[in-house]
Design a protein around this ligand. Sequence first.
Ligand SMILES: [Mn+2]
Length: 410
Amino acid sequence: MNMFKANREEMLENIEENSIVVLFSGNPPHKSADAFYLYWPERNFYYLTGMTEPNQIFTLYKYGNKIKETLWVIEREAQEAKWIGDVIHKDEASLISEIDDVRNIHGFTKFMDMILLNGDMEYIYAGFDRRSKNMGQSLEEKFAKDLLEKYPYLKVKNINPIVHRLRMIKKPFEVDLLRKAISITNEGVRSILKNLKPNTFENEMEAHFDFVLKKNNVKWHAFNTIAAGGKNAATLHYEENCKKLNDGDMVLFDLGAQWNQYNADISRTFPVNGKFSQEQKDLYGLVLKANKEVIKSIKPGIPFSDLQKTARNVLFVGLKELGIIETEEELFQYYFHGVSHYLGLDTHDVGFRNVDLKPGMVFTVEPGLYFPEKNIGIRIEDDVIVAKDGCEVLSKEIPKEIDEIEKLMN
Ligand SMILES: [Mn+2]
């Protein structure tokens, strides 16, 4: 059984009797004229089907003893395919997804009416993910609204929490893809280290990273690269990447490759001239200590929220020892973001935070310290997976020790 089928079986155990699940792959938004924005498959749709093309629908109904899965795809005429390329054929789609019943999407509406008119279907599941009340109506919201107009006795349910819970625990197949994304990211970071020196540019370093990704057949970045020299590094989401890198400054990189839909997310901070000053060493060493202490604390059973407590505690004690702050409240001035987020199909992957750690969870560990007045921003971010008795640092090959960085740069 492949992963996508296994994922569907797990989902199936968590849905009501007499229900139908309807998932949409989504469409790329229109950009301008005949151009569209980049398409990324809807993450749950991919997780359950393995399909990466737009304009597809997946249905699964559970009715009495009957369970029926169908994938709805578009079929393209030969002439049209000559212009815009072919789409996946039914037999290929069936092979990847292990869904036997693959049909032309034109039949979808009729199919839904047949199911809902003749049966005693009670529940309809779709994916709802509203992040702000000002967002426009989603495909799923419109679908549910139209359906309720026709069949007001149906009960609409959200499939997302069910699938998100499954996505929190990574399967070996997923971990392999994450390892690959991180390994290419490592190669890219090492290329930056080799080329970094005073009077180069943020975008130039970004280009060294990008070259490695392209050469390795990476299609997309996990997110927009941050290459931030000096005090730019104190802006958390600085993405301009166009300034000169000055002798004596540090530079912060936050970057990652995506491999077969799975994302790496790594931050490293390096001295532009290849040698940490004493002040940089003190502050960098403190962030590194927080990074390692959090990693050391990770094991099944500890609350996810403890990670941030550990990071804060190490940073507070260290900054106090350095004479920079006196009270814990003052720490917020220099460290003001979370230490961890889940990682997977999304860079900020879905998952619940009021939980205890379990084997198979993958997340980042990324403490930081930011001093714009000192032209310093430091973040050291690793990707880890919780193991049976501790954790494995998936990004352990990516240099972060002071000696190692100085050696590689000189
Ligand atoms: Mn991150």
